[in-house]
Each structure stands twice: as C-alpha cells, then as structure tokens.
Design a protein around this ligand. Structure first.
Ligand code: TTP
Ligand code: MG
Length: 389
C-alpha cells in the first residue's frame, strides 16, 4: 500500500522571524511589508495575527487596519530559503522521493520504509521531532495512501499537528468535510458550489459523474468526482515509477523586469538541478508554471529529444518554455519549474553520444553546484549560462 506524508511548515516566514527574534514570539507578526508600503501584500501572518483576520495575499493596508498593534516586516527571502534547504534535507532523510511543492511544503513518499522508521505515524513523529530540534520550527503533517488526501489532512492538523488517514478511510474522511476544503477549487469554483447549493463534500458526493461534468466541465467535473471519494487525482498522483521533481518561488512583489525574472528562473533551475544530480536521476521533460498578479496560473511541459544533462541545457529549455507562455507586460507572483518522468540511475540506459559530448560541461557544473551547496557565499556561476534561448 502506498503511503505519503504531506509536510507543511506552520506560518513559515513568520515562524522564522520569531525564531531569529525571540522578542517577536507570541505576538502578532505580519511579513510582506511595512504599514507605509502602500502596494504590498501580506506574505504570511503568525497565528497570533491570524486571530485578527489577517491572511496571506491581503493588502498590507487592510492588515494594518485589522491589526494596528502587529509587528510588520518586509521579510528576508535569503534566510527563508536557507531554512527551507535545511528542512528539505531532513525530509530527504526519510525517503529518496521528495516532491517539493513550494518553499515550505513537500510530499514525501514513505512507501516501504517501515523497516527503517516503523509504522507511518512513527515515521511522521520522528520527522516532526527532527524538524523541531534541528531547525527550531514546527511542521504539520498529513499521512495517507495518496498525496491528495495527505495534503488535505495536513491542513486540517495545523498548527503543529499530525493527522493520519488509515487506508480504507479516505472516502469517509473526504465526505466529512465542507466543500471549501476541496484542494484545487479556487474562489470561482467556490462561488459555483454556492450557486448550486453544494455546501459539503457529501452534497457533491451524492451527484453522479455526469451531473458534475455538466456543471463544471469535463476535466474539473471528473476531478471533484474523484476528490470527494478520496481517490488519487491524476494531477497529484502520477503513476508510480513515473516520478517528478519541481520547485517554485512566490515573490513578495509582482515581477515585471525580464532580467529579474530570468535571474529568478536561473535560481530555481540551480536548486532543482542540484537535487537532480544528488538523486542520480535524469529527465527529458521540463515543466514551467507562471502565476500572474491576478492569481491566474498557467503551466506547460515539453519533452525534448535527449535527457537534460547540464544546468545550462535545463535553464535554456525552461527559458524557452517561459518565453513561449509568458504574456509580456503582466506582473508575475510565482514562477515554478520542474522535471517529469524522472529516470534514476538503475533505469538509465547506456550512455549515449550526446551525454559523452557533454561530459566535461556536466562535471564542471556538478563541481560548481556542490561548492555552492556547501559554501552559499561563494555564489559561483557557470560562466557560459545563456541568457536567451
Ligand atoms: P503557506 O505554507 O501557504 O503558509 P504558511 O506556512 O505561512 O502558513 P500555514 O502553512 O501554517 O498555513 O506558505 C508558505 C510561505 O510562502 C509563507 O510563509 C509565505 C509565502 N507565501 C507568500 O509569500 N504569499 C502567499 O500568498 C502565500 C500563500 C505564501
Ligand atoms: Mg506553510
């Protein structure tokens, strides 16, 4: 039986600030901007600030009205990325298969690790304890036989929780939830739920697949039909053995400048490529994701003829995809990139000519990436990284 942990840090940026500045602990804290920063939005708020109704993506000005005595900070992305790396490294000790979803969140495939860590709940407790003692932060976890249910379970357990959905209980769990808990249903869908009088997952459960398709269209109708049954949705649980790896960044401000955007893409590519090398894996399918300032999100994937063996090659393909998809002039909130259909070393075919030709470049990059991982301040860059596809 497959088993996944979904792990998500609690109030991540705010918790890092409270960790580094003990005087902020136990107080309402808002990261994203100072009260005078007119155009900023809230990145996150400590649980103390959430009591006042402050939440992510809310304008700072509104947060200030709700919580005038709160501590407002602009945030320190480098520090959050540093803590994120520490956490992801711990996750990596529990499974070779970690799918990072965002800066503070990942799926960890712990299928078949009982011999090492004991039953799933014991593994999850150990993971929580290691994160707490080694990074000083709390993480909430959900455990289930598929990623979708694990993700919802971790959200229900917050903060500092652990929620285990036993195999066979997925449907019962989903049917007990309000419709608002369906992950993947944005604001517009929630409005449609209301329009049709669908308040709970049980209300949705009672409708046939055909009815749901007629209400929400083919893709989404099928998706929620499966979601309320706690069945792995295709988007979230790809076939076992067909693995993927991705990373994304949410920005504190909307990005418009192409140079800044491309630099952010390069940073994401570096992180991912290092993880690809560390996992001794390779892939020929590149994915990108762009979220605009209005939160509309687009993604795209492309399979290239040969596996990607160099950071330069990866960056080039990601940039190419990005420029195909990007609607020039629109502000960007989030950028993501990834690999799909990963092959691991055992499954990798005999070295091909292409790989041999790239071997020198690959080794050089491998060395640079390793040095950078060990000494972040060195910030070495391969000199031949192309700026344009
Ligand atoms: P989340 O995991 O969504 O939120 P969180 O960790 O602050 O709180 P919790 O998980 O306990 O509900 O996002 C992780 C970090 O990403 C968050 O600390 C700040 C950043 N972020 C933004 O910058 N903008 C956003 O709109 C969101 C949702 C998150
Ligand atoms: Mg979080």
């Amino acid at each position: 039986m497959p088993c996944y942990i979904h792990a998500d840090l609690d109030a991540f940026y705010a918790s890092v600030e409270q960790l580094d500045n003990p005087e902020y602990r136990g107080k309402p804290l808002i990261v994203g901007g100072l009260p005078s920063d007119r155009r900023s939005v809230v990145s996150t708020a400590s649980y103390e600030a959430r009591k006042f109704g402050v939440h992510s993506a809310m304008p700072i000005a509104q947060a200030y009205k709700l919580c005038p005595n709160g501590i407002f900070l602009r945030g320190r992305m480098d520090r959050y990325r540093e803590k994120s790396d520490e956490i992801m490294t711990i996750f990596g000790d529990f499974s070779p298969d970690v799918e990072q979803l965002s800066i503070d969140e990942a799926f960890i495939d712990i299928t078949g690790t009982e011999g090492l860590f004991g039953p799933p709940c014991d593994a999850a407790k150990r993971l929580k304890e290691r994160v707490r003692s080694e990074t000083g932060l709390t993480v909430s976890v959900g455990i289930a036989s598929n990623k979708y249910v694990a993700k919802i379970a971790s959200g229900m357990s917050k903060p500092d929780g652990l929620f285990f959905i036993a195999p066979g209980e997925e449907e019962k769990f989903m049917r007990s939830l309000p419709a608002g808990k369906i992950w993947g249903a944005g604001e517009k869908t929630q409005e449609q739920f209301k329009k049709y009088g669908l308040k709970t997952c049980e209300d949705i459960y009672r409708l046939s697949a055909e009815t749901l398709v007629s209400m929400f269209g083919n893709a989404f109708g099928t998706f929620i039909y499966r979601a309320v049954r706690g069945q792995p949705a295709e988007n979230f649980d790809r076939e076992r053995g067909s693995r993927s790896m991705s990373a994304e960044r949410t920005f504190d401000y909307d990005l418009y400048d192409e140079f800044v955007i491309e630099t952010a893409i390069l940073e994401i590519c570096e992180t991912l490529f290092f993880r690809l090398l560390s996992g001794r894996a390779r892939s020929a399918t590149v994915t990108i994701k762009i979220r605009y300032s209005d939160f509309s999100t687009e993604s795209m994937q492309e399979t290239v003829r040969n596996p990607i063996l160099t950071l330069n090659g990866f960056y080039r393909h990601v940039l190419e995809l990005f420029h195909k998809k990007y609607q020039k002039g629109r502000g960007i909130r989030l950028i993501g990139a990834g690999f799909m259909n990963l092959e691991t070393e055992g499954s990798v075919q005999q070295k091909d000519l292409f790989e041999q030709a790239n071997e020198k470049e690959r080794r050089l990059e491998e060395t640079i990436l390793k040095i950078n991982a060990k000494y972040p301040d060195a910030a070495l860059r391969p000199s031949r990284l192309l700026n344009k596809p």
